[in-house]
Write a protein that binds this ligand. Structure first.
Ligand SMILES: C[S@@+](CC[C@H](N)C(=O)[O-])C[C@H]1O[C@@H](n2cnc3c(N)ncnc32)[C@H](O)[C@@H]1O
Length: 222
């Protein structure tokens, strides 16, 4: 067993989070009882952060429980629900906040539903290229920023958002899909060069193949 925290662990070959909403499986994932606790299986094929946790060699991918995080490209909230298990826990007794931004109103509708049972999730309908869509929801820079937008220009978007919203020594994680970039063949090399030139320290470049082909997670510190 490998534990990332009290609430996220690898048991056997699978990743699990401690379910903050007992009895509820969001996407049909397995639930497992363990005394008074309930664990929820975290599918790495449906979550790049999940795949990253299974493949990373370095620690530090997850934020501190109870902190404020910025998540760009929240989708329908699959990964966010696991992040919530870790960061907020049941009834948000850890006091965390996930500012969850997406450009799609359908995604935000699902996130609003999710946030009703998972307090601590703050859904924001906005374009992450526009800082002013996000800044009203943050009172200070954040220690952890994750981006998964699968859209051309992802690297520049990430650098811009980190400069604007990530605290000094904060953790930034960029999920990069090479097929979304114009020059697919050199997308990862180009991204790494741009991140280093922008002043980030590269903690690890995590190749997600096996779980998510053509995807890399760049784990950086600002
Ligand atoms: C791959 S999905 C995210 C999946 C999600 N991270 C998860 O693991 O559950 C990419 C999301 O990015 C959103 N997106 C794309 N461009 C965006 C932009 N400029 N600003 C905000 N969201 C954007 C899309 O609407 C889509 O929901």
């Amino acid at each position: 067993m490998i534990s990332f925290s009290d609430r996220v662990r690898i048991d056997g070959r699978s990743l699990w989070s401690r379910n903050a909403v007992k009895g509820v499986s969001l996407r049909g994932e397995r639930l497992k009882k363990d005394g008074k606790k309930e664990w929820r299986q975290w599918n790495p094929r449906a979550s790049k952060l999940g795949a990253g946790l299974l493949k990373a060699s370095e620690s530090g991918l997850l934020p501190e429980p109870g902190s404020v995080c910025l998540y760009l490209g929240s989708g329908h909230g699959t990964t966010i629900s696991y992040l919530h298990d870790h960061l907020c826990a049941a009834k948000n007794h850890l006091g965390g906040t996930i500012v969850a931004v997406d450009i799609s109103s359908r995604c935000i509708r699902d996130l609003i539903k999710l946030s009703k049972t998972r307090p601590g999730i703050l859904p924001v309908l906005g374009d992450c290229r526009q800082s002013e869509h996000i800044s009203p929801f943050l009172s200070a820079k954040v220690p952890w920023l994750f981006q998964d937008v699968s859209q051309s220009g992802q690297v520049e978007m990430f650098i811009h958002s980190c400069h604007r919203f990530l605290a000094e020594k904060g953790t930034g994680i960029l999920s990069l899909k090479s097929a979304s970039e114009r020059d697919t063949g050199s997308a990862f090399e180009h991204a790494q060069r741009s991140l280093l030139e922008a002043g980030f320290t590269l903690v690890e470049r995590i190749d997600l193949s096996g779980w998510e082909d053509q995807h890399v997670l760049f784990h950086v510190v600002f």
